[in-house]
Ligand binder design. Structure first.
Ligand code: ACM
Length: 505
């Protein structure tokens, strides 16, 4: 269809059948750069329709028709309309994304017809705010960036050995004591240099509720993660009685890696976890609640009389089997509360099948979990850990050892060659931003983009090919990120690889 539709001061919006949320989002997103009021009118030229009888669009798909004098956006569910609003933004000149008023740009979209449905229902990013706290203003900005890329899940890693950021009214010391680390390691994980500056931060319940509402208006679900039974040293610093050694006072951990200090297995600990998760569920309506579950050494349980007694009472072969028992108990609590337990999986053998798992080591762990009957969100580190450097250039910021380059991120951890029953268990994929080595919002943006754009592209459209689909569009992605003021990594031209954006296609 030739021609353009132009947004100008005469453009009005008609929202039908409960499409008001999408109309409001369109207005909110276009206002800063364009200054256009886009008022509601029964004769609007931009028509947004929620029609539950529309077939073939699922929960998140949409249809968009752009003609010279009218735009029609339709979906069966509100989330589909919100995705369509992001497409309208993407079809406009990149300046439409500017946070400041832009003069002299015609706000034109090419005419055409789009029907667009995502392959995966979980298109996520995990942000570790435990190792380095981030202000809620940045969480909102990051949510906006996810929504622009039609990602629908922000997974917040709220607690770890090095910091507890989730407010819990029943246990105030979790944030008062567990939210403060006396110092932070400088350099690689085996360094012995510290900055000698306390690192502190915690959210209020009001801030988190506000974030949840803000994200929901953009089609993004915030999934909370509370780590247990390992990666819990900040909680042990706040409440030593949760541990395995009576009378021991630990500090909030100042090193990186796997910590031997883990939660105990006495009834008081299970009660603590249930109380914490009760408050978490009160703040986060997400159907899924993540309970960590990774990297839990059994060393302390092996020498704890309480844990040994528990092992024997339960008839378990060894204390390390307490890990599956612990997660199973907490998972049952979440299920009884109407939520779905989610955890990192190294080896999901001991988990009940109603756990959804995030295999983070290798893709094969994902296949094994799917074959055992788990729903799976793929998170293999070789392609989804965005805290790894993007190249082996010594100028890249300090990160984990290894490289996750842009083509790897575009593979996005999506499985290939699995039998259909296992492939059907894959809910989607997710990029990870662990923050041992990431301190600031600018560093997060540099590591996240454009790799999250690549991962999001594949998560939405499995047929997207790196060289013929994503790479030619990369310059456009980068132009948008620049317009938004995102501190993204600029992709340098490489030998043997066509310069994105100049490739004929
Ligand atoms: C993890 O990387 N320990 C989930």
């Amino acid at each position: 269809m030739p021609g353009h539709f132009t947004f100008d001061s005469s453009t009005t919006v008609r929202a039908e059948g409960g499409a008001q949320g999408a109309a409001k989002l369109l207005r909110t997103l276009l206002a800063p750069a364009t200054g256009l009021p886009l008022p509601t009118s029964t004769t609007g030229t931009v028509v947004i329709v929620l029609d539950p009888y529309l077939r073939g669009l699922g929960t998140e798909g949409y249809g968009l028709t752009i003609a010279p004098n009218a735009v029609l956006l339709r979906a069966a569910r509100p989330a589909g309309l919100l995705n369509g609003v992001q497409t309208i933004r993407q079809l406009l000149p990149a300046e439409a994304l500017s946070p400041r008023p832009v003069a002299g740009v015609p706000w034109r979209m090419p005419c055409g017809q789009i029907t667009d449905v995502p392959r995966y229902r979980w298109r996520g990013a995990m942000l570790d705010v435990a190792r380095h706290f981030q202000p809620v203003s940045f969480l909102r900005r990051f949510t906006d960036l996810l929504a622009l890329h039609k990602m629908n899940t922000l997974h917040l890693h709220l607690t770890d050995d090095q910091g507890w950021r989730m407010p819990v009214s029943a246990y105030p010391r979790l944030t008062e004591v567990g939210g403060v680390r006396s110092r932070t390691l400088l350099g690689p994980a085996d360094s012995d240099q510290y900055d000698d500056t306390p690192h502190a931060g915690a959210y209020t319940a009001g801030q988190l509720r506000g974030l949840v509402a803000y994200a929901a208006e953009r089609g993004v679900t915030v999934v909370p993660e509370i780590e247990m039974p390992g990666h819990a040293r900040a909680a042990l610093a706040a409440y030593p009685e949760l541990g395995n050694v009576p009378g021991r006072q630990l500090d909030v951990w100042t090193r990186w890696g796997v910590c031997e200090n883990v939660l105990g297995v006495h009834d008081g600990v299970l009660e603590f976890c249930r109380t914490v998760l009760g408050e978490v569920m009160d703040v986060f309506p997400s159907p899924y609640v993540h309970i960590g579950g990774d990297e839990c050494p059994a060393t302390e349980w092996e020498s704890s009389p309480v844990a040994l007694r528990r092992t024997a009472e339960l008839g378990l072969a060894a204390p390390k089997a307490l890990h599956g028992w612990f997660l199973g108990r907490i998972g049952a609590f979440l299920l009884a509360a109407g939520r779905r337990p989610l955890c990192w999986a190294e080896d999901s053998g001991a988990l009940p099948p109603d756990f959804t798992v995030m295999p983070w080591r290798d893709t094969e762990h994902g296949l094994a979990a799917a074959r055992r009957g788990h729903d799976v969100v793929m998170a293999p580190y070789r392609s989804t850990y965005l805290d790894y450097p993007q190249s082996d250039d010594p100028g890249e910021p300090l990160g984990q050892q290894g490289v996750v380059d842009l083509p790897a991120a575009h593979r996005g951890g999506a499985p290939t060659g699995w039998e259909p029953e296992s492939a059907a268990r894959v809910l989607g994929t997710q990029g990870q931003l662990w923050s041992e080595f990431i301190r600031t919002p600018e560093e997060i943006e540099y590591l996240a983009f454009p790799r999250l754009a690549a991962l999001a592209d594949r998560a939405w459209n499995p047929a997207s090919e790196w060289s013929t689909d994503f790479l030619p569009a990369l310059r456009v992605h980068e132009t948008r990120l620049t317009a938004l003021g995102v501190a993204h990594r600029a992709t340098p031209p490489r030998r043997g690889v066509p310069v994105p954006g100049t490739t004929p296609h």
